[in-house]
Design a binder for this molecule. Sequence first.
Ligand code: MN
Length: 319
Amino acid sequence: MPAVRVEDTLVLPRIETPDPTLLVPRPVLGRSSAPQGMEGEGFPVRRAFAGIATEYLDPFIHMDQMGEVHYGPGEPKGTSWHPHRGFETVTYMIDGTFQHQDSIGGGGVIKDGATQWMTAGSGILHIERPPEALVISGGLFHGFQLWVNLPSTKKMISPRYQDIEASQVTLLTSPDGGTLFRLIAGSLDGHDGPGITQTPITMVHATLSPGASATIPWNPTYNALVYGISGDGAVGVDDVELTTGHLAVLGEGDTITLRANERQDERHEAFDVLLLGGEPIGEPVAAYGPFVMNTRDELRQAFEDFQAGKLGTIPTDHI
Ligand code: MN
């Protein structure tokens, strides 16, 4: 797993364990297991939020774990050109490379711990796929695509995109150095991540060494979701078991507790989780295909605008 690695975590800033007599640990309200499906022209994904009520996800809409999959030569697949409106897509690549191009002149490569933050806003067209050389050679692909909702006041803002290189991610550790926290966006214990978000959220990829545990502060006004990327462990004050494809929805409180099993399987030397939280928007959600709006009328308008070419045009030098 070549997402950012650190040889000696003890040189990193530490997140102090919050005082348990003053703060309320968040309980686990429920745990789901993500069904597997196919995305775009055929890459395997886990639908991380399937079956979870919107009120628990708000401000998040959707998340796919892409892979982890080892492609043979000629097998890697991507998407065709498609539109978005009304939210942000966040693509985090743990292993492998994705190439991106959009209708506002953005484009680039996302790989090995990098994140691309695309604010669709009023409308954008884009394509996401592996580069030609990797299609020929095949290889390992593993990443996430998260959809973050925008409030009604921001749904029609101008589209933009940010490339967040792996080297820009804020790295933190637990008091004993047993856990590595990669803060991609938002803040954690007074530290800030590089991602500029329209909706206040925190996004962290944590790696716990076998047997490690950590309790971290979590903004009490945010929701809290913990997704099992790989390896085995547990989450919450109730120590609910978590593994690949599991999503834990946490209830109200001030802190999140994580624990890695002493024994991990041969393929994974640690317990990896994605921690997500954000300020709930609290508005109606009308979502269909690539559009996330507040009402059905706005969805209809999005389709009409797309058909009329108002969401952008495919660049002439397209990949
Ligand atoms: Mn897309």
